[in-house]
Design a protein around this ligand. Structure first.
Ligand code: FES
Length: 136
């Protein structure tokens, strides 16, 4: 099975081909926002693919339309809920926009971060970024 590496969490997970990047994140426990629940309606699952871009499923016109709404779109941008893993290993970075969505969608964890703690399993390297997000 292909290995998926998820930044900035630094988590890795093996998933069957056909798994979306968002589902891989959720399986790994990475902090990946998805305001619309993965139905290609919000762009909050935006990622920058670092490795394996060409092995992913082809982007649909709908995905490209929604992706235009995202912040910081780059040539290696995809929507995590639409891009599916092929047979190759993949690595991608969850964008700050998506991380912000995750924080906004998890009020209990947000309160923890505001109080100076980190949710279970969140690496300290990610802590400073999360603390900045909750101050917004
Ligand atoms: S979760 Fe909304 S577009 Fe992917």
């Amino acid at each position: 099975m292909p290995k998926v590496t998820i930044l900035p969490d630094g988590k890795t997970v093996e998933v069957p081909a056909g798994t979306t990047l968002l589902a891989a994140s959720q399986r790994s426990g990475a902090l990946h926002g998805s305001a619309c629940g993965g139905v290609c309606a919000c762009s909050s699952c935006h990622v920058w693919v670092q490795q394996g871009f060409d092995s992913l499923s082809e982007a649909s016109d709908r995905e490209l339309d929604i992706l235009e709404r995202a912040f910081g779109v780059k040539p290696n941008s995809r929507l995590g809920c639409q891009a599916r893993v092929g047979s190759a290993d993949v690595s991608f970075e969850i964008t700050p926009e998506s991380l912000q969505t995750w924080v906004d969608e998890h009020p209990e964890e947000r309160r923890q971060i505001e109080a100076g703690a980190l949710p279970a399993g969140v690496p300290e390297e990610l802590g400073s970024r999360l603390r900045k997000l909750v101050r917004r």
